[in-house]
Ligand binder design. Structure first.
Ligand code: SF4
Ligand code: SF4
Length: 209
């Protein structure tokens, strides 16, 4: 059944003085003088929340690994632990959890002492949906999504994160944000105290709001 909408006809006063037009203009003028809530990217950049799900990183061994889970997995897979290197135990759980597993290329290698280490860990982000399943599946809190979100590159090759790049991103993230309270949006003063002036920060116009 087609329902016909009845449009209320304009009164003579509304027709003569364009009252609807003036009502619309009032909304425009009211908003024209309000403070801007958008940012002038890329000249102004917001700090994403700590839980932002951006570019990936590998957290490295630095004494803050989940205990005792980390060493249980290390023993299970006979992994050699090296300070400052990836926590990965080559369990493949991230790859198995991924809806597009072919984007991962993971290999381990055996050392002369019989222990193993991760030797290849490539992630082709051109195929990634940033769903975070791989991060949830990692049993040793190694694979992580950081706050980096400017991921454009000029070549397909640059869209593949290698083990070296993942470790560098993870190390940097641990240095910048590991100690930050796990709030969705910490106060700017608190963030500046933790980050110093090195990281991304709210633009002047957005401070204290
Ligand atoms: S975020 Fe999702 S799609 Fe991307 S690698 Fe992880 S599991 Fe796969
Ligand atoms: S789930 Fe974690 S430990 Fe296992 S292979 Fe992936 S990154 Fe490495």
């Amino acid at each position: 059944m087609i329902k016909k909408l009845r449009v209320k006809p304009l009164s003579l006063l509304e027709k003569v003085f364009f009252l609807d037009f003036l009502r619309g203009l009032r909304v425009t003028i009211k908003n024209a003088f309000k403070p801007t809530i958008t940012t002038h990217y890329p000249y102004q950049r917001l700090t994403p929340p700590k839980r932002f799900r951006g570019f990936f990183g590998h957290k490295v061994v630095d004494g803050t690994e989940p205990q005792p889970a980390f060493y249980e997995w290390v023993n299970r897979y006979n992994i050699k632990v090296e300070y400052g290197k990836s926590r990965c135990v080559v369990c493949m759980r991230c790859k198995r959890a991924c809806p597009v597993p072919q984007l991962f290329e993971i290999e381990g290698k055996k050392l002369p002492d019989g222990k193993r280490v991760v030797s290849v860990f490539n992630m082709n982000l051109l195929l990634c949906t940033y769903c975070g399943f791989c991060v949830d599946a990692c049993p040793v809190d190694c694979l992580y999504q950081t706050d980096l979100h400017e991921t454009a590159s000029y070549s397909r090759k640059d869209a593949v994160l290698t083990l070296e790049v993942l470790e560098r991103i993870g190390r940097e993230w641990q240095r910048r944000r590991e100690r930050e309270p796990d709030l969705i949006w910490p106060p700017e003063e608190e963030r500046l105290k933790l980050w110093g002036e090195n990281g991304l920060k709210l633009p002047e116009t957005q401070r204290g709001k």
